[in-house]
Design a protein around this ligand. Structure first.
Ligand code: UDP
Length: 421
């Protein structure tokens, strides 16, 4: 088996976090040994939630937690509605008709009917599976983990979703700014990356060359890249405009690498709308290839994440971990990672982005200085071991009320959407 597919062990983190932190995490995990935790989300790949869950659940298993990860299924119209709800939570418009609510709740009922949830803790991710809770007997803690930027939600969408949220035992959001008025405790867990995954591990120059060559990415000029789901909030048009402005001053190649998550029906349309912008020095690629993401984040002179809204922005963390200079949109979670001028740059406009691209492409020393500070930031704050420890603390905090003794579970209790209202 490839050396990178060895089973995850918390001890792998020792060199990064030190023996004391390692010991502390192991002791906390020992107290929760065999705890059954079920995560429920809506896609196995494409986007930060899937990225985090694939590593987090393995690390939790390595810690003796029986972490499981389930998906809900849904028709395209269901995912079109949940994407609208997602956008509305981030401040977009939505026409929340009764029909949309019926489809949203109805598909959740169908998923509940198909699902055995025998667990000590259930963690539901994002709005797609949020209403599931209404169909189960409440015999163990249910946590809603919301990964989106909740600072300015559409009021109607939030009022509607909040009814479900209040059924939970706790809500976890990424940042204090996303705190909402709810009846349940709220916690703040910033996301984190797995330094040992294919996407983040070290790569040799030969491996990087191989990946870039495979996709026809030229290296004769410095590379400027943005790696993101094709989504309007990520402002791919703004990136292209900024790059065109910067090219009046410096020569470079722009690579927009993106993917489309299975629960995101808008992605294909955004991708297609960008294709007219392709030219010799503007590459627009779509590929499901974590090693390519890694290679690009390492080889690029500059990684952009010019988002207009961003729950957290794991792509920023990933590039920073690789010591690459980043330019991030001054919003959401990016602000908590990038300290302007110290470990990267924050920008609010296309013009600012263009100025920073030109500056960074032209100044290798500045890139090195920012990149070194960026890697330190990730080591201190954004490794998966920190997130795993936060979850251990949260799981343990429920113990007195729910007696996490593995005999309790979340049992299905049929309640139709109509009966709820
Ligand atoms: N990603 C990827 N391939 C792509 C585009 C994105 O693997 O073509 C990954 C990216 O590396 C990161 C995740 O998708 O791990 C995106 O997470 P982020 O928090 O930045 O944004 P989200 O998509 O969750 O809004």
């Amino acid at each position: 088996m490839d050396r990178y597919f060895r089973p995850m062990r918390i001890e792998h983190y020792e060199d990064l976090i030190g023996p004391e932190a390692l010991e502390r995490i192991i002791l906390k995990a020992r107290r929760l040994h065999d705890l059954r935790v079920i995560n429920i989300s809506s896609t196995f790949y494409g986007g930060g939630v899937a990225e985090i869950l694939s590593s987090l659940t393995l690390l939790q298993r390595a810690l003796g937690i029986r972490a499981d990860w389930r998906l809900i299924q849904g028709s395209p119209d269901f995912f079109s509605i949940t994407k609208k709800l997602h956008n509305a939570l981030q401040g977009g418009d939505i026409n929340l008709s009764e029909l949309k609510k019926e489809i949203y709740e109805g598909i959740n009922l169908h998923n509940a009917l198909r699902m055995d949830v025998e667990a000590d803790i259930v963690v539901v991710h994002d709005p797609q599976p949020l209403p599931l809770i209404t169909h189960f007997r409440h015999t163990c803690p249910w946590i809603w983990r919301c990964h989106v930027d909740l600072s300015r939600p559409d009021p109607d969408a939030w009022a509607y979703l909040r009814e479900f949220v209040d059924d939970y035992d706790a809500m976890v959001v990424s940042l204090p700014e996303y705190k909402r008025e709810v009846h349940i405790p709220q916690l703040f867990f910033m996301p984190a990356l797995d330094p040992f995954s294919i996407k983040n591990r070290e790569m040799s120059d030969a491996e990087i060359n191989d990946r870039l060559r495979h996709y026809g990415i030229p290296e004769d000029l410095p590379i400027v890249a943005q790696i993101s789901r094709f989504d309007r909030w990520k402002d791919p048009e703004g990136v292209i405009e900024a790059f065109r402005m910067a090219r009046k001053e410096v020569d470079a190649t722009l690579v927009l690498l993106g993917n489309v998550a299975t629960d995101d029906p808008e992605g294909q349309e955004v991708f297609e709308s960008l294709l007219d912008c392709k030219e010799e020095r503007i590459l627009i690629l779509t590929a499901e290839d974590s090693a390519l993401v890694n290679a690009l984040q390492r080889r690029a002179a500059v990684i952009l994440q010019k988002s207009l809204r961003e729950g957290f922005g794991l792509t920023v963390t990933e590039a920073m971990w690789k010591g690459t200079a980043v330019i991030g949109g001054d919003c959401g979670g990016i602000r908590h990672q990038v300290e302007d001028g110290r470990n990267g740059f924050l920008v609010s406009t296309v013009e600012e982005a263009a100025k920073r691209i030109a500056q960074l492409v032209g100044d290798a020393d500045l890139r090195r200085r920012l990149g070194t500070a960026a890697r330190d930031t990730v080591r201190e704050k954004f490794l998966m071991s920190r997130l795993a420890e936060q979850y251990l603390d949260l799981f343990e905090s429920f113990e007195p009320r729910f007696t996490l003794n593995h005999r309790r579970g979340a049992r299905l209790e049929i309640a139709t959407p109509a009966a709820r209202r």
